[in-house]
Design a protein around this ligand. Sequence first.
Ligand code: NOJ
Length: 542
Amino acid sequence: MNKVDKHWYKTAIFMELNVRAYRDSNADGWGDLPGLTSKLDYIKDLGVDAVWLLPIMPSPLRDDGYDVSDFKSIFPAYGTIEDFNTLISEAHKRGIRIIVEIIPNHSSDLHPWFQASRDPNHPEHEKYKDWYVWSDTDQKYKDARIIFTDSETSNWAWDEVRGQYFWHRFYSTQPDLNYDNEEVQQEMLDIVKFWIDRGADGLRVDAPPYLFEREGTNCENLPETHAFLKRMRAFVDEYAPETLLLSEANMWPEEVIEYFGDGDEMHMNFHFPLMPRLFMALARGDRQPIVDILARTPKLPKYCQWGTFLRCHDELTLEMVTPEERQWMWETYSPDPKQRINLGIRRRLAPLLDNDLRKNLMMNSMLLTMIGSPFLYYGDEIGMGDDISLFDRNGVRTPMQWDASPSAGFSDAPKDKWYSPVISDEVYGYEKVNVEAQEADPNSLLKQLRHMIKARKQYPLFGWAEFEWLDFTEGKQTVVAYKREWEGDYFIVLNNLIDQDVHGTLPADAPEYLDVLTGETVKAGDYTLPPYGFVWLKPVGE
Ligand code: NOJ
C-alpha cells in the first residue's frame, strides 16, 4: 500500500461494516476483530480499498456503540488492542485501509466523564463539571430540532444527581460534550491521535454539525463548529497527513459544502441528499430528482471528495427531502409503517428493490460511476434482507450470511447466544442468500458486482472526473445518462430506470465505444438499453 498517497480516497471503494456482525472467531455469538481479520481476503477480492468500522469502543450499546463509555479502548467482545493491531497489519498487507469511527459530539451517560460531571460528590467533579452542557432550565436553544423524533421529545434531560438539565441531540443516554470547554476540544484531538497511533488510516467523524450550541440559532453548522473541525484537520495534516477525515453531516448540499472548507476541513463528506433521490428516480422512472439535487451540488475543492452510498447502518434518511417527497417515499418504499423510523425507512437495499437483481445492479451502476467515492454496506453485495421485528435500526445490522450451514458461517455459538437473530425467512434467509452460494453462481449479484467494481477500479477517472448530463432519449427522462470527463478521457454512462427497452442515440463524438463491462464494441448512433440496463462506454478510434 502506498502510504504516501495523500489522495487515495479520491479513487477508493469503501465498505462499511459492523465488527459484531461479521464473523465470530471465538464462538461467543458476537463478531470480533480476529473474525474480521479472517475475512480480509473476501473483502480484498470484492475490490474494497478501505473498510469503515462502525464503533468499536466500549459502550453500553444504547445507541449501538454510538454511546461510547471509553474512547481509547476496544469493546471487550470485539477483542483487544492487540487484535486491532493485527487487523491493521493484515489489512495493510493486502492494501486495505481501516477507518475508525469517532463520535466527538457526545458520550454515553455511563462514561466516567459524565459520571464525574453529574455528581458534585465525585472525586473528579471539579475537573469534569463543565465537560457537558448543563442548564437550570430546559428552555434554552428552543430552535434546535429533535433528531430521534420517535423516541425523544426534548433535547434536554433532567439529571437527578446534579439537579440540572443536560443537553443531548440524540438519545438522552448520549449527553452532548461541551465544546466551549477547551479541555474537551483537546481531549478529542488526543482521541484522534490515539487512533492514528494505533494505525487507523482514517476517521469517520460522527454527527459533526452539532458540536456547539448558540442561542437564537438551530445549533447546527455553527462557525465555532467549523473552526473546531478545521483545528482537527490542521492537527491531522501536521501529524499524519495521509489520514482521511470523513464526515457525516446530513445536510443540504449548500450546507455540507462548508464542511470541506477551502480544502482545509474534512476530506470527504457523505452526499446525503443524493441517496434518497436515486430511489425516487427509480420508482418514478424519471431522472429529474437526481438532476435537481446535482444542480444544487457545488463544485468541490480539488482534493475533496463526496462519499456516495445506497444504504448504510442507519435508516434510509428522508431528512433532506421535502415533506411531500418524504410522504411519497414512505408510501412507496415502506408500505408497512413498521418499516419506518424517525424521518426514514429502516430497510436494506435488496428488499427496497423488490429483490430485483436488475434494479440492484443498475442502482450500483449509478453508485459506482456518478460522482464521488462509493460506499458499500456489508451484506448488500449478496442482497441480504432485513428484520423489522428488531428494535431501532438493528434489523439492518444482522449477522453476515457466509454459508448455508447452521452457523451461517458467522458463529459456532448456539443461536440463542448470538447478538442478533440471523435473517432466516424464505426469500432472504441465510440458507438461500449467502456468500458461498453466490460464489458458485456466475450470475449472482456478488459476482456481477465484483466485476463492476473491478471495472471501475481500472479507471481512476471515475474518482476525479467532471460530471455532465447527456440527453440520450431526446428530452425523455427515463435514462440517467451522463458523461464523466477527466484529463481528455471520458466515459458515457447510461442507466435505464424503467422496466422496458429504451431507444436513444449515442453521441457521434466518437465512431464507436467500448462497453467496458462486456468487452463489446458499439457504434455511435441508434442504441437500445434493455429494461433496467446500464452501460459504461469508453470512446475508441477517435
Ligand atoms: C449517526 C450514526 O450514523 C447513527 O447511527 C447514530 O445513532 C447517531 N449518529 C448518533 O451518534
